[in-house]
Design a protein around this ligand. Structure first.
Ligand SMILES: *[C@@H]1O[C@H](CO)[C@@H](O)[C@H](O)[C@H]1NC(C)=O
Ligand SMILES: *[C@@H]1O[C@H](CO)[C@@H](O)[C@H](O)[C@H]1NC(C)=O
Ligand SMILES: *[C@@H]1O[C@H](CO)[C@@H](O)[C@H](O)[C@H]1NC(C)=O
Ligand SMILES: *[C@@H]1O[C@H](CO)[C@@H](O)[C@H](O)[C@H]1NC(C)=O
Ligand SMILES: *[C@@H]1O[C@H](CO)[C@@H](O)[C@H](O)[C@H]1NC(C)=O
Ligand SMILES: *[C@@H]1O[C@H](CO)[C@@H](O)[C@H](O)[C@H]1NC(C)=O
Ligand SMILES: *[C@@H]1O[C@H](CO)[C@@H](O)[C@H](O)[C@H]1NC(C)=O
Ligand SMILES: *[C@@H]1O[C@H](CO)[C@@H](O)[C@H](O)[C@H]1NC(C)=O
Ligand SMILES: *[C@@H]1O[C@H](CO)[C@@H](O)[C@H](O)[C@H]1NC(C)=O
Ligand SMILES: CC(=O)N[C@H]1CO[C@H](CO)[C@@H](O)[C@@H]1O
Length: 755
């Protein structure tokens, strides 16, 4: 049915592209796109099909109620599909509670968790959003004020479905964009108050999906400071289970990511549905197995932190949620996210470029430096072969110098005792240093934490009203600091102005943007989202104004490792925990949803400052190289002999693997939670090179050396392994390689070259 109507689509498509066509209900007109994604969106009457290379997403309008009913989200289905059986309506659950709903509203017999809850001006929370019309748009319109995936007409096609509640005059526009080559479907929602009264949006999910399966597992990432991104898998049970953040930020506690998988799904096999919310603020994820057996998943703004007033004519736009589907297990799901995010989310020109090897001063000297000692550190860094030197916290504060974490945040002028003539002399000298074994000059980067203020600062004394506060409740501090309210335009402008002045004051080519506490005592729950809109406005202004700066995100480590940040920051500091073994777990976990290219990972001193553990330098280096931004987190002057000796080889290796890590496909061959020998493999985009990272965590007493089987290679091709033996792809994948490690903390990086 869908395949046969293509001839007549062309004219309609042309009109739609101009944004003029609204196809009305009950029309038999259908629209499809030409070219490689020729059937990305196919409409037949009021049935809709979104097609990726290996995914189909289908729903239709129930003509008797105007509700949108889901038909399918999963592997490809083609042509006509069976109509759902009309359920018998007995008992308490009404018809809406017995069908799979695209955008479940509340109050009409569906007792499951709703995607939208509107408190109407009269006080009730019933709504009835019915299909009105739809349009198909080539490409993907920007999401006003929010980060979003982007692409041109060849990459993506968008279907907008307009819903309308005739009783309350509230409209909801569902926007679905398909990136066919990535098997990704992206949804966001606009709610518009077209009535005369004031309404309140109390819940708004970006994505809601009803899967017709009772047996599913859910996978998500949990943690806390210094132990982010622990993978958690559990059976979806009857009732609601979920997680989220009410900290104002995405947080370390839970990442805005969910996978639903079949219970038999593994890393490399089986069905996996991945959902990733492009948002940095308070969010919630709920999964509900209802009494009728369907499983509903919702991702969106956290209803506990939302009570959004919409006056007449006003619009609330939800963040977008990216959904991918894979038959190749959790690994296949991850690779779809990685490719999409590298190519269609991260806006920075550095997204797919090799990153400079950097040295960050934090763990090396903390707050303890001055102009001459920090210059010496830069000098030592250049002499090691470091390409980018980053001066971390401690450089600012005039009247309240930042000598410890109890003063100075907010006063972003160089500390005159440390830098009598400002930063320029230091930066000029540092950027005139030649990097060892190259003709390149050292580059200079700096740390900031713009959203925060110490009460012990000039800024706070001048603008006590700029911080988050709720009436006269005490403004409770964390790490001696308070949070500026980014919802206020004057705060946004303050940050944009001081950052502009700072970046123009010297040749600064990198910024680490930190954020070290959650939000308390907010003026209202909805301030969380208003803050985010303000923050995104600041990010987009600054990153557009300074496109040549390499921006790195950070929030006490990975407290904001989320897709919203990635729009502006091509790399994010993955964790404040730099312990090599802990980092294997954290980085493998983070890679569930995020490309390794986006991970900042540093080799630090031993005993490790967070765990006290001493791990050999090679192991620490190999783990850090699995991140797109490799660097050191130590004082070069304090290097131990073995570290100094290993450094040239490790830095050379890091440069060699970087292009493959940045743009390659990642395979988690074995997980640190499950084995003493975790392994990760990357295959370059063109398939000609691969690199295997292989670790032994604990000792291996009186036990055979295990085999590691590779993945994703070309079965027929031959690969040379570290320039030595040559084996076929079939042999490497079906039999594997075997390595022996002498002790705990063994590690190996193996290069494969396709012949
Ligand atoms: C609903 O109505 C439209 C227009 O009349 C028609 O194309 C479509 O097939 C109908 N759908 C169902 C499920 O009856
Ligand atoms: C939603 O509203 C915003 C703000 O007016 C607009 O930019 C966007 O195009 C709208 N999206 C849809 C799908 O209507
Ligand atoms: C919408 O409501 C108005 C009155 O409030 C009514 O006249 C009209 O028929 C309704 N339209 C639909 C499609 O239900
Ligand atoms: C809606 O809210 C605004 C601002 O709070 C108020 O001025 C207006 O009177 C309200 N309108 C109605 C119909 O209640
Ligand atoms: C800078 O710090 C170093 C090391 O702590 C110290 O030796 C030196 O005297 C300091 N220089 C200035 C100008 O304070
Ligand atoms: C304020 O900062 C100064 C250093 O600038 C420090 O000596 C003092 O203890 C701080 N006061 C508080 C209350 O933290
Ligand atoms: C840069 O360093 C070179 C020596 O490497 C020196 O000759 C030159 O004067 C320096 N330039 C500046 C601006 O300091
Ligand atoms: C791989 O190597 C084998 C044995 O040397 C050889 O027979 C075969 O032709 C090679 N295959 C390719 C694709 O080069
Ligand atoms: C190549 O194999 C030899 C002999 O097994 C070994 O000594 C050498 O380390 C290997 N080279 C590499 C680069 O692995
Ligand atoms: C695993 C799978 O089904 N892959 C298919 C995805 O779609 C492309 C293009 O249609 C096929 O070539 C693959 O075989």
């Amino acid at each position: 049915m869908f395949g046969t109507m293509r001839e007549s689509f062309t004219a309609a498509t042309a009109v739609v592209v101009m944004g003029l066509l609204t196809v009305c209900s009950h029309s038999s007109l259908a629209v499809a796109q030409e070219s490689s994604s020729s059937n990305a969106v196919v409409v037949d009457g009021t049935s809709f099909a979104l097609n990726g290379d290996n995914v189909s997403y289908r729903f239709h309008v129930d003509n008797s109620t105007g509700d949108l009913v889901s038909d399918h989200f999963g592997g490809s289905v083609t042509g006509a599909i069976p109509s759902p059986q009309e359920p018998d309506v007995n008992g308490w659950v009404g018809m809406p509670g017995r069908v799979r709903r695209e955008f479940p509203d509340q109050g009409r017999g569906d007792f499951r968790i709703p995607a939208i809850r509107i408190r109407q001006s009269e006080g009730y929370t019933v709504s009835d959003l019915q299909y009105q019309s739809h349009q198909v748009i080539k490409g993907k319109p920007a999401l006003l004020g929010l980060p979003a995936t982007w692409g041109d007409e060849q990459d993506v096609t968008t279907l907008v479905v307009h819903l309308y509640d005739n009783y309350s005059s509230v409209a909801a526009d569902l926007s679905y964009s398909v990136f066919p080559r990535y098997d990704a479907i992206i949804r966001s929602v606009n709610v518009t108050n077209q009535g005369e009264g004031n309404i309140t949006i109390e819940a708004l999910a970006s994505m809601s999906v009803d899967l017709p399966y009772e047996e599913l597992d859910m996978v998500n990432l949990r943690g806390d400071w210094a132990r982010e991104a622990n993978r958690q898998r559990r059976r979806v049970e009857y009732g609601i289970q979920g997680f989220g953040s009410n900290t104002g930020y995405s947080s370390h506690f839970h990442n805005p990511f969910l996978a639903l998988v079949h219970p038999s799904t593994t890393e490399s096999q089986g069905e996996a549905w991945g959902f990733s919310l492009v948002y940095t603020g308070s969010f919630s994820v709920d999964v509900e197995k209802g009494s009728q057996g369907f499983t509903r998943a919702l991702l969106g703004l956290n209803p506990d932190r939302l009570s959004w007033k919409l006056g007449p004519g006003e619009i609330l736009t939800s963040p977008e949620c990216v959904s991918v589907y894979s038959k190749d297990g959790i690994g296949g799901m991850s690779r779809s996210f990685h490719r999409l995010y590298r190519n269609h989310l991260i806006k920075s020109r550095f997204a797919t470029q090799n990153r400079p090897v950097l040295l960050n001063s934090w763990e090396g000297v903390y707050f303890d430096f001055n102009q001459s000692s920090i210059y010496t550190m830069a000098e030592d860094s250049a002499a090691l072969g470091i390409q980018l030197f980053v001066m971390d916290d401690g450089w600012f504060g005039e009247k309240y110098p930042r000598l410890a974490d109890n003063a100075g945040l907010g006063d972003w002028m160089p500390n005159p005792a440390r830098f009598p003539n400002g930063l320029e002399p230091l930066v000029e000298d540092a950027t005139n240093l030649t990097v060892k074994d190259s003709s390149a000059k050292l580059r200079f980067g700096i740390w900031v934490e713009p959203e925060m203020v110490n009460p012990n600062s000039t800024l706070y004394h001048e603008h006590p009203d700029w911080v988050l506060h709720a009436g006269s409740y005490p403004r409770t501090e964390r790490r001696n600091q308070l949070v500026l309210n980014l919802a206020l335009p004057e705060v946004q402008n303050f940050i944009i102005d001081f950052m502009t002045t700072l970046l123009r004051s010297a040749d600064i080519s990198y910024v680490k943007w930190d954020n070290n506490r959650g939000q308390h005592e907010t003026p209202s729950p909805s301030n969380d989202h208003a803050y985010m809109l303000g923050l995104y406005q600041v990010f987009s202004t600054l990153t557009e104004r300074f496109p040549d700066v390499l921006w790195e995100g950070c929030a006490s480590g990975g407290g904001r490792f989320d897709p919203g940040m990635l729009q502006y920051f091509p790399q994010i500091w993955t964790s404040d925990n730099t312990d090599g073994v802990d980092r294997v777990t954290i980085q493998f976990g983070t890679s569930l949803a995020y490309p390794p290219s986006a991970m900042g990972a540093h080799l630090s001193a031993v005993p490790n400052h967070q765990t006290g553990r001493t791990i050999p330098v090679t192991f620490r280096g190999h783990v850090a190289m699995m991140g797109g931004s490799f660097g050191l987190e130590l004082n070069p002057a304090d290097l131990q002999d073995d570290e100094r000796e290993s450094m040239p080889e490790l830095l050379a290796l890091a440069e060699k693997v970087n292009p493959i890590v940045l743009n390659g496909d990642a395979y988690r061959l074995r997980l640190p939670e499950e084995t003493n020998w975790p392994a990760m493999q990357f295959i370059s985009e063109d398939g000609s090179q691969a690199v295997l990272f292989y670790f032994q965590l604990g000792p291996n007493v009186n036990h055979a050396a295990p085999w590691v089987r590779l993945q994703g290679l070309d079965l027929e091709a031959n690969y040379s392994v570290d320039g030595n033996a040559t084996y076929s792809g079939a042999t490497l994948m079906n039999m594997g390689l075997q390595y022996t490690f002498e002790t705990e903390y063994g590690s190996k990086v193996v290069f494969l070259e396709k012949n």
